[in-house]
Design a protein around this ligand. Structure first.
Ligand code: HEM
Length: 191
């Protein structure tokens, strides 16, 4: 129920993100290393502080492998691999306009957005490999994510979410957390 709701109530925002001028290039034949680098920097600037924020609400109490799911380090790793010279100069800009998350419901909503990104990531990592030649151990670790375990890990996340919400009467704040996360990411990508 909550999963269906999350999907329905964020699907327009997901479509908007997919067609964002920057992200749209991730699946185009014209993808360049420069644009890919910019996308990784933008994602790091958003996901890194967002993971810190989510962590304040102990998601591992509901999703036991949460720590292993954190993704900011993978983005740093990819940036280092694809652009060593440039990247060693400075860390990416960090977003200071994060979604308004003030409780565990909000954090779980944001986590839905982050974990969902691994689904499209499968297709994206294959495309990046085909067009730019980067591989999971050399530049696509973030998008490759859980690789062949993606379906299994997504299922596990869904089960955890189901369990988390099973005794709740409403999940309004959880949905709002997911919606805020999508919209703040969209804004950040446009800056
Ligand atoms: C060019 C960029 C993107 C493409 C092509 C893409 C594509 C996809 C695809 C193919 C799915 C799987 C649908 C399914 O198997 O049912 C998916 C699901 C999802 N994606 Fe993306 N995606 C992109 C970017 C993102 C980003 C940046 C985020 C979040 C940061 C995101 C969040 C999600 C979520 C939350 C779902 C799960 C929807 C559900 O509840 O079933 N996506 N995406």
């Amino acid at each position: 129920m909550v999963l269906q709701d999350l999907r329905e109530k964020t699907s327009a925002q997901h479509r908007q993100l997919e067609s964002h001028p920057l992200l749209h290039q991730l699946t185009s034949g014209q993808l360049s290393t420069g644009v890919y680098n910019t996308i990784l920097q933008k994602f790091y600037g958003f996901f890194s502080p967002l993971e810190e924020l989510i962590s304040q609400y102990s998601p591992e109490d509901y999703l036991e492998d949460y720590q292993e799911r954190r993704k900011a380090q993978l983005l740093l790793q990819d940036l280092n691999k694809i652009d060593n010279d440039h990247f060693s100069q400075q860390l990416p800009d960090i977003c200071d306009d994060l979604p308004n998350i003030t409780n565990t419901d909000g954090a779980m909503g944001a986590l839905y957005v982050m974990e969902g990104s691994t689904l499209g990531g499968q297709m994206i990592s294959r495309h990046v490999e085909k067009t730019l030649g980067f591989t999971p151990s050399n530049g696509t670790a973030f998008f490759y994510g859980y690789g062949k375990d993606t379906g299994k890990r997504w299922k596990k996340f869904q089960q955890a979410m189901q369990q988390y919400t099973s005794r709740q009467l409403t999940h309004t704040q959880l949905i709002t957390g997911a919606q805020h996360t999508f919209s703040k990411l969209n804004t950040w990508l446009s800056l």
